[in-house]
Design a protein around this ligand. Structure first.
Ligand code: GUN
Length: 283
């Protein structure tokens, strides 16, 4: 089995992205809007900013109060849409319940939508047209390709139907000629479906949701979740105690948590910001 550890790839990518930034006439700039005090969001945003600095692109956080009005968030986004110095805009999710997440996400100008979450960008992805693509799904495909894991013709099960992960990821796998099944909380016979799949992507959000007995030999397991176990340690959906057995008894490939998919999401975000600027400059 291979542990699909993203760390080496991240180092390589940062180097490559640094060089691409140097070739641009103008440094790309990413603006992240964060609303409220969601703990995990704080960590993710800090990580995104750190990576921007490493690659040499401009970044800024606009941190709005938990009780901010819809009008204020709307005005913030529209101002950024009209600011020629801003390459990419991202509204960190989740946002407080009194705000309309779908409406505000879609307000971001399609070209600046580094998350690939607007209706236009999601539509383009479904139609197989060029546009911005959600970063976690992008990162999963990049990671599989880096480790030379076959995708074409494989049976892929995605246990997640969200707009951020499951839906865009299903489109990327289709583009790679995989056969895709999306499972969710109402899916029948989930365990049977897992056993029949070549690639299983889990983004359920429950520590110890899956273990060694759930998988057939040679399965590639992509664990997207970031959970915290009873000892406060970061983990995915797959039991950490089973990593060794998955490797040694079942010859599975597995993305570890931490140092798996989460790292890739941030790299893809930075790369997409650079791509937007490259397109602007005709490069
Ligand atoms: N919250 C969790 N993942 C993401 C992401 O990829 N983009 C944004 N904007 N918010 C998130």
């Amino acid at each position: 089995m291979t542990l699909l550890d993203a760390r080496q790839l991240v180092v390589k990518k940062i180097d490559e992205l640094k060089n691409r930034v140097k070739k641009l006439d103008k440094k790309p700039s990413l603006v992240i809007i964060r609303v409220g005090e969601d703990f995990a969001s704080g960590k993710y945003v800090a990580n995104k900013i750190k990576r921007c600095e490493e690659v040499g692109i401009e970044s800024k956080i606009i941190h709005l109060d938990e009780n901010v009005t819809q009008d204020t968030v709307q005005k913030t986004i529209l101002d950024l849409n009209n600011d020629d110095n801003v390459t990419g805009v991202l509204l960190q999710l989740p946002i407080p319940k009194h705000l309309d997440e779908d409406y505000l996400t879609n307000l971001i100008k399609d070209e600046k939508d580094v998350d690939g979450f607007t209706i236009e960008n999601m539509g383009k992805l479904s139609l197989g047209l060029d546009g911005n693509v959600a970063c976690t799904p992008r990162g999963i495909i990049t990671l599989l390709k880096e480790f030379n894991i076959d995708i074409e013709g494989q049976d892929v099960l995605i246990i997640n139907r969200s707009n951020i992960v499951g839906k865009p990821l299903s489109q990327l796998f289709l583009k790679e000629n995989a056969t895709v099944t999306i499972a969710h909380s109402k899916t029948k016979n989930l365990k049977e479906k897992i056993k029949l799949s070549d690639i299983v992507v889990t983004a359920v959000g429950k520590a110890n949701f899956l273990g060694v007995d759930d998988f057939s030999d040679n399965t590639t397991i992509i664990d997207v979740s970031i959970n915290f176990n009873e000892f406060g340690k970061m983990c995915g959906d797959v039991s950490k105690e089973d990593y060794d057995a998955l490797a040694n008894d079942k010859n599975c490939n597995l993305t570890p948590v931490p140092n798996g998919v989460g790292q890739m999401t941030v790299i893809e975000l930075i790369e997409q910001t650079i791509e937007i600027q490259e397109k602007k400059e005709g490069k």
